[in-house]
Design a protein around this ligand. Structure first.
Ligand code: GRG
Length: 294
């Protein structure tokens, strides 16, 4: 298995299908909203969460073409969170993925609404799946996405992240912020697939462990890249965490110790998969998180 080729193939399938759920508003009265949603949906990005979701579907022998809806819903939620995170009221960023941020192109009002619309569209997609499949496993999969994106998940992490700016937070708080802000949607991408494929309790527990360590590794690498990366690779200016006085693994541990922690979480993520016979891609994905440059 060539990891890169397989990743890019799955990513390509996601990208081909990403816009179909909002085609009905293209060239309608809501064309501006469509353009703003399309702008951020097609601005690039690794498609890490939908790829992860579809790879867990494959782990259980599922047909990924039947789960493109959930995969795209996850990318919609991720894209909404980035648009809102970039707003002047939050991180006030001008660039993302090498392009101007949504509000810089469409204005703050439309950017807020484009984010809202992406979140709502994600749940329209999920409700459509729940309705058409009428299966408890699909309800459980959709529920974990709602829960982990919500008040005890990504939004909770974002709130505490904002409230911690400029403060010297303790390690517990740092871990809480990052498990929620970044980890929750990564966990939802994995566990929604596991639930929909009717994984056993033991398999769900193993994947939950994997998700926790993968999420932390992803965040630590993000913090490291904010210090050691380049504008060309990241598509945004480096040093923004420091500028926004964010609590990060770098502010807490420094670069070298953060790199050690990153390796530790990648190792633990991989070890969590030992009950599966065919988890090679997920193992490679964890290693990729440690070596990524964007
Ligand atoms: C606005 C409710 C709300 C939440 C925002 C996503 C987020 C929460 C904040 C973004 C801040 C940030 C840099 C978090 C670190 C991890 C992260 C989510 C990075 C961006 O995700 P990638 O690397 O982005 O998957 P691409 O561009 O590849 O899609």
């Amino acid at each position: 298995m060539d990891f890169r080729i397989r990743y890019n193939e799955t990513k390509q399938i996601v990208e081909t299908n990403l816009l179909q759920y909002i085609e009905d508003i293209k060239n309608s009265r809501q064309n501006t909203l469509y353009q703003a949603m399309e702008y951020s949906l097609t601005a690039g990005g690794k498609r890490f969460r939908p790829v992860l979701h579809l790879e867990v579907i494959k782990l259980f022998g599922g047909n990924i073409l039947q789960f493109l809806d959930t995969a795209c819903a996850l990318e919609y939620i991720h894209t909404y969170s980035l648009i809102h995170d970039d707003l002047p009221a939050m991180d006030n960023d001008d660039y993302r993925r090498g392009k101007l941020t949504n509000h810089k192109v469409y204005g703050e009002d439309i950017a807020i609404l484009a984010g809202d619309a992406l979140l709502n569209s994600a749940f329209e997609i999920l409700w459509e799946k729940v309705k058409s499949k009428n299966m408890f496993s699909v309800v459980k999969g959709a529920q974990i996405i709602a829960r982990n994106a919500g008040v005890n998940g990504m939004i909770a992490g974002q709130v505490l992240d904002i409230q911690s700016e400029g403060k010297d937070v303790d390690l517990d708080t740092l871990l809480y912020i990052h498990n929620k802000k970044t980890g929750a949607l990564i966990e939802a991408s994995i566990l929604s697939a596991a639930f929909m494929m009717e994984a056993s309790e033991q398999q769900v527990d193993a994947l939950r462990q994997y998700a926790t360590h993968l999420g932390l590794a992803f965040q630590i690498s993000d913090d490291i890249l904010d210090v050691t990366g380049t504008f060309e690779d990241l598509g945004k200016p480096i040093g923004s965490d420091d500028e926004n006085q964010k609590s990060t693994f770098i502010s807490h541990y420094g670069v070298e110790k953060s790199k050690e922690l990153l390796c530790l979480h990648v190792e633990k993520a991989i070890a969590s998969l030992n009950i599966f016979d065919e988890a090679e891609f997920l193992i490679e994905l964890a290693k990729y998180v440690a070596s990524r440059n964007n």
